[in-house]
Design a protein around this ligand. Sequence first.
Ligand code: FUB
Length: 324
Amino acid sequence: MMKNPRYLVDGLYTADPSAHVFNGKLYIYPSHDIESGIPENDNGDHFDMRDYHVFSMDDIDGEVTDHGVVLDVQDVPWAGRQMWDTDVAHKNGKYYLYFPVKDKTDIFRIGVAVSDKPEGPFVPEKHPITGSYSIDPAVFEDEDGQHYMYFGGLWGGQLQRYRNNKAQECGSEPADDESSLPARVVKMSDDLLEFSEEPKSLVILDENGEPLKAGDHDRRFFEASWMHKYNGKYYFSYSTGNTHLLCYAVGDSPYGPFTYKGVILTPVVGWTTHHSICEFKGKWYLFHHDSKPSGGKTWLRSMKVTELEYNEDGSIKTIDGMAD
Ligand code: FUB
């Protein structure tokens, strides 16, 4: 059975894997990395992805099926460029694929596309979700059936341009001694096509109950939101971006506040680190990516899976990002 990390796909670069169990099978919704020839920059222009594939598995050690292209940027009427991290939710026999893409004015919005099957193909709505901005949507279904979206990402993800859900003339990150910019959480409408409220700040507190500071680069939120529930607690996990850690914080409600708890994954080969956490057949797994197979090209990543374990107190055992 699985002990070491396992790369999941050969011959296609894949990143930011969002894993879910639907109808007893494991489905993975990653970004599809390509060689675009655009030079690397802090704005992430070199992540110039154009479509999404879906993958499925019957067993964690089993064969991985590629269901092919399920949504192409050309099929989204309002889209410009850069299809980044995606996620999928299920309700009443329909599957909803959420995706961030820059609109024709180069502003990230979050769109939704719908299918009758978890493996797609997905048909996009004609407009982005009203009031959406930034990147990395992750949609969590709570035990009462309510869905929440977590989103946001700094630098190329444009989150620093927003305060109180409004774009600023000249957005920048707060000073180091101010509170860090938070991820956002929002309850979804019953039809899962819109927000049902204004997005709220997701506050992460330190051990003294104070919000993490913007200068605390080893702990503050950068991008890659994910939510899962374990033993009745809400686990918000995320990337610290420029310090290349996957961290987590725990709370008692889907809105938080959350208290910082530690590191899930130490830095990997590559710049970005982005993941999902999913229970499948009685075990927990971390799905993530690194750039080892491409020889360290940050924009050509390969998704992988490794087992995730908890300590008795509910804390997560740190995983070595360099382990083979
Ligand atoms: O894949 C493009 C971007 O890189 C994602 O949206 C970020 O989270 C980072 O992984």
